[in-house]
Design a protein around this ligand. Structure first.
Ligand code: PGA
Length: 304
């Protein structure tokens, strides 16, 4: 059936009003224009849709059948329109955020408070390491990422929004925990518990030692910051971690931050998205929220 949406709209108006003149008024078009659209629709359907008895207009049987379906088509289109309109605002819509595992603690709190303000929005949060985040951005699998400084890439737009100091930690009673300005050379033979390769924290630590030409020997490798902290506490080695992963451990004094020369390693958190990507209103609102509010959700604990 080769019909146009305009014909269906006109048909709906005539079927409701049962008058070509009133339908024309409702649609703000002329009565001959209404008659023309209905004539074309009847031609496409192959049956008359209205009949005239005396001065009154009635739907034929074919007209009644078509009217039932037509209502459903129009309702569905109105529903689709509602959803699209809502997506233009920030009440509805979808946002895919991916964050570096190291940023997980504060990023989850930040996202939770944003979600409370926009309950109609559906969010997905993926927590993974730097390498995987860069892959997701390249394949358009996330709208926004929170991560360490991305590589210079003209396809990525990034904004720094928060400091991310990396510190060296040891067990609470480690012999170096009382010393000040420990020369990094003294750590050349230390055993380190490290994140998997692909982690931004790990590559920053490796870079730090390489720049100073000091041996850095990754010992045990672990994929989670939580596991690393427990391993350090248990005496399996030292580690370089973001201070944002240490809130609880420093409060309860379960770990010590070692005062090593050159530490903390200065890093920042960046909000990153593809340059070509047009952020939806929800994406834009989240971006603004992160830039303005992140500092309140990522308290940097006092290392002392
Ligand atoms: P990571 O990321 O969780 O992969 O170590 C943190 C960073 O890039 O600094």
């Amino acid at each position: 059936m080769n019909v146009t949406f305009r014909q269906l709209r006109v048909f709906e108006a005539v079927a409701q009003e049962l008058s070509f003149t009133r339908a024309a008024d409702t649609l703000h078009i002329t009565q001959p224009a209404v008659s023309m659209q209905i004539k074309q629709l009847e031609g496409a359907v192959g049956l008359p849709l209205f009949e005239q008895v005396g001065k009154k207009t009635y739907l034929t049987e074919a007209g009644r059948e078509l009217h039932t379906y037509n209502r459903r088509v129009i309702q569905l289109l109105e529903e689709a329109d509602d959803v699209i309109q809502a997506m233009k605002g920030i009440q509805r819509g979808r946002l895919r955020v991916s964050v570096a595992s190291t940023a997980n603690q504060f990023a989850s709190r930040l996202l939770a408070s944003f979600v409370h303000r926009h309950p109609g929005v559906s969010f997905s949060l993926d927590v993974t390491n730097r390498e995987a985040l860069l892959n997701q951005l390249a394949h358009n699998d996330c709208d926004l990422a929170i991560m360490g400084k991305p590589p210079d890439d003209e396809d990525l737009q990034s904004e720094a929004f928060l400091q991310n100091p990396l510190v060296m930690i040891g067990p609470r009673n480690h012999p170096l925990s009382k010393e000040k300005n420990i020369p990094v050379e003294r750590l050349a033979d230390a055993c380190f518990v490290v994140r998997e390769s692909g982690s931004g924290t790990r590559s920053a630590a490796e870079r730090f030692f390489a720049e100073r030409e000091v041996n850095f020997s990754p010992g045990i490798e672990m994929t989670s910051n939580e596991a690393i902290k427990q391993a350090v506490e248990a005496g399996l080695g030292l580690a370089v971690v973001s201070i944002h992963t240490l809130e609880l451990e420093l409060e309860t004094k379960r770990l010590a931050i070692l005062d090593v020369e050159g530490f903390p390693i200065e890093r920042h958190w960046y909000l990153v998205h593809r340059c070509g990507k047009r952020l939806t209103p929800v994406g834009t609102a989240f971006r603004e929220y992160v830039l303005a509010e992140a500092k309140h959700y990522a308290s940097v604990p006092n290392p002392g």
